[in-house]
Design a protein around this ligand. Sequence first.
Ligand code: 4AD
Ligand code: MG
Length: 455
Amino acid sequence: MKRTKIRAALEAAGPMDEIVVMGWVRTKRDSKGFSFVELNDGSTLLNIQVVIDHTPEIESVLDRVGTGAAVQISGELVESPGKGQKWEIRGRTIEVFGEADQETFPLQKKRHSDEFLRTIAHLRPRTNKFGAMFRIRSELAQAIHKFFADKGFFYVHTPIVTGSDCEGAGEMFRVTSLEPGADASPDKDFFGKPAQLTVSGQLSAEMFALSLGEVYTFGPTFRAENSNTPRHVAEFWMIEPEMAFADLADDMDLGEEMIKFLITHILDHCPNDVELFAKWVDKGLMLTLENVLQDSFARLPYTEAIDILNKAGKSFEYPVEWGMDLQTEHERFLCEEQFKKPVYVHDYPKSIKPFYMRVNDDGRTVAAMDCLVPRIGELIGGSQREERLDVLLGRMGEMGLSEEDYWWYLDSRRFGSAPHAGFGMGFERMLMLVTGVTNIRDVIPFPRTPNSLEF
Ligand code: 4AD
Ligand code: MG
């Protein structure tokens, strides 16, 4: 089918005698002798206006056209006399692909709440807001690949099904080929041992960093953590770079450069869609983004962060003491009130971090970093990795991890071990930052959360 996308039509260099557009009707208004149709095909936030004169035949087709119907319109692209748009279409023919019953179509022309739209996640991309969201999401994914490709990083596809728990937090979804009720002993199962959905591609990415130098993985990750918050989903996408011959400072540099690159890219490539969010979702969005771009991120040792929080004179829900993990309220205080820009907190207590992080000389902290950003809290979590075999084995012993399970991981420390570092960025959280959307359920097409698996 020969069609012009509405985005291209609206950007046309001159009028066109013949144009065919296809899309979904946003509104139709009938006047005496002609009708206006606002048409959207998803290629851009903007609708194209079609003016179509009534003939008996056209009128009988227009009777079947309401909000939500899919149609094809042919006509002429002419300069629009109306304000706001340069071009409109003088329609000659209209055909209906699929009608939408006006009594039951859930997306009538009014503003719907996010809560309601979540119940129709299959239709919400047809709204302005979610159309814009998912165009930005696509662009952001492409920008990530561009960022790493330009820097010479290799893209590694790490496995989704795994036998190891990278984070050691026990938040894994089991994968099994066994029928419910069958003998569930692991040797009867597909892999002959317990299998899970990955929580992170890091351990595999480390193997490739210690071979190809600089790599990243970008794929779905899964966590069976029962936390019903606006920042957690059970299935999310993570970007995980890993660099050989790099330390914690290099790791923080890369994260900062990446965040700034991604924001700049989206502002340049999705101006209309971002403007929608700045106008209707978060009036402070542009200021927040400029703020992230302008200045270098603060870098703050965990011990100092605890000090600042203790002296803040605020009553936090979770009391602050050295050794605790920072909660979202603490993270947001640091970047929103104390520093008013993104903050790296680094060198966390060893006791609250996974086995693979490099132990510092003080023996009680590790070379870990979290990047905290306004409105969200933790956007990135990463570390320099423990490259010393003896120290790593000691840590694994302390944490009750078996050497046999990690024999392949330990091989990388036995043969040509080298300093290396990496991090994980939550893709959805990055999208929350660039759009100002406060609930993670609204940045992912079909969110996976406890007790919800509708779509
Ligand atoms: O801090 P996390 O758990 O780090 C890791 O998994 C490391 N293995 C990554 C690495 O070093 N290669 O997760 C990294 C990021 C978090 O900072 C957060 O942005 C995001 O992943 N994240 C989630 N996003 C949405 N829903 C969840 N349940 C998330 N859990 C983590
Ligand atoms: Mg973390």
